[in-house]
Design a protein around this ligand. Structure first.
Ligand code: BG6
Ligand code: MG
Length: 214
């Protein structure tokens, strides 16, 4: 039975929220309404289809399922064009170092993300091979706050939930980790992520001591 750290991707390993924002805003603008940074915040951890449903509702626009499919694809094409340009420089501060510390200690490393683009991002930023298991939007049916993504990842890592620590920047993700009976470190604002067991500004503030204290 191993110990494991399971990482969310967007907002924890890389800051892709800005690319999501640009792509969703472009789509909203084409549909004739605007999209604010605050609205983008509310989409953290939320799947692509669900995000589109919310945006269309905010804009007061109705689309058929077929049209929604086309819109989601259009947004994703713009998004992929941006993330394809990512490099190892785009890793958030402290990420590479903390992953290497975990490797040295024999602690398993997993990815638990809602994104269907996780593979591409990990590959572009050069950390793919550090992960022992990758569970993403292509393998999961229930979105966060459902714990499915983290439970599947723990299974793949052969770690029981009590031995897993999840790293999350989204409220929905913290709720998902809690629902899976895992410890969770919030990445961001303690005012927003109060439900986490520990909140830090980024992985550059994480240490092995803080991990064992959990
Ligand atoms: C999450 C992001 O990680 O992935 C969400 O926080 C995003 O904003 C979701 O909508 C799905 O991502 P993708 O890459 O499959 O569109
Ligand atoms: Mg996130």
């Amino acid at each position: 039975n191993s110990y494991a750290c399971i990482f969310d991707l967007d907002g924890v390993i890389v800051d892709t929220a800005v690319y999501h924002y640009k792509a969703w805003k472009r789509l909203a603008n084409e549909l004739g309404f605007d999209f604010s940074p605050e609205q983008n915040e509310a989409l953290k951890g939320i799947s692509r289809v669900r995000s589109l449903e919310l945006i269309l509702a905010w804009g007061g626009v109705h689309k058929t399922p077929a049209e929604q499919q086309e819109l989601a694809t259009r947004k994703n094409d713009w998004y992929v064009a941006m993330i394809r340009e990512m490099t190892p420089e785009d890793l958030l501060p402290g990420v590479k170092h903390f992953l290497e510390v975990l490797k040295t200690r024999g602690i398993k490393i997993g990815l638990g993300s809602a994104s269907k683009n996780a593979g591409l991002i990990l590959e572009r930023t050069g950390v793919q091979t550090l992960f022992d298991a990758i569970v993403d939007g292509n393998t999961v049916s229930a979105s966060k706050p459902d714990p499915e993504v983290f439970i599947k990842c723990a299974e793949a890592l052969q770690a029981s939930a009590v031995n897993c620590v999840v790293f999350e920047d989204a409220i929905a993700g913290i709720a998902a980790a809690k629902a899976g009976d895992m410890k969770v470190v919030g990445i961001g604002d303690p005012q927003v992520l109060g439900a986490a067991d520990l909140v830090i500004a980024g992985l550059h503030e994480m240490t092995i001591e803080k991990l064992f204290d959990l």
